[in-house]
Design a protein around this ligand. Sequence first.
Ligand SMILES: O=c1ccn([C@@H]2O[C@H](COP(=O)(O)O)[C@@H](O)[C@H]2O)c(=O)[nH]1
Length: 247
Amino acid sequence: MNPLILPEYQAVTPTPVIVALDFDNAESTLSFVRQLDPSLCQVKVGKELFTATGRFLVDSLVNQGFKLFLDLKYHDIPNTVASACRVAADMGVWMVDMHACGGRRQMEAAVEAVANYTHKPLLIGVTVLTSMDEADAREVGITKPIAEHVVDLASLAKSSGLDGVVCSAQEAGMLRQALGKEFLLVTPGIRLPNAQNSDDQRRIMIPQDALTAGSSYLVMGRPVTQAQNPVAVIRDVNAIAMAMNAQ
Ligand SMILES: O=c1ccn([C@@H]2O[C@H](COP(=O)(O)O)[C@@H](O)[C@H]2O)c(=O)[nH]1
């Protein structure tokens, strides 16, 4: 057993991969998704695709059996976020997120809104976007180092009743120490070891290191959708996760 990987971190089976379906129309998305399978990966619908297609595509993907992360990063007054989370729950999504900096009352309202659903979506708080570096953070008034600010926001999210946070895998080890084994760490900003650049992402990590650090789920967009063989990329990450579990 790898001493860095506690059993609870191994519970994400059969796959820790969430593929970000960042397309601008239904046809391209459905054509891409045809090569996937709900046992291979989860899928994420974000602002671009949702703006283009609305709930039509969400319904289609949920009906195909995919666990769907609705990544609309709600940030609004408590009543509005709670109501949006209720609609997301009605749509059958598996995971939905909101900005943790929307505050305790926003997050608690969301928790209460979905509490009585049999298939309650996982509620996730966004900490600091993985596209931001220290200079970006200073410009928007974050005075602490990003890692400290992320721990503060994640602690607030946990004590408000959320199931986990979006953060960089660079903060995963620290968050595992601070918040324990059960709290979900959903980490975008994943880049493959052979990546030529990190695009607009700033706090990145390769899949193996992200899993070792304690990431629960790896959000992967361009490294999968722009790959020559997307399924092979996902299978490689799944194989790393399986191998770590077997150690
Ligand atoms: O902090 C965050 C929160 C969300 N994202 C989303 O994840 C994917 C990442 O896509 P890549 O192509 O792998 O960079 C994208 O949909 C973002 O909206 C994030 O990157 N960082």
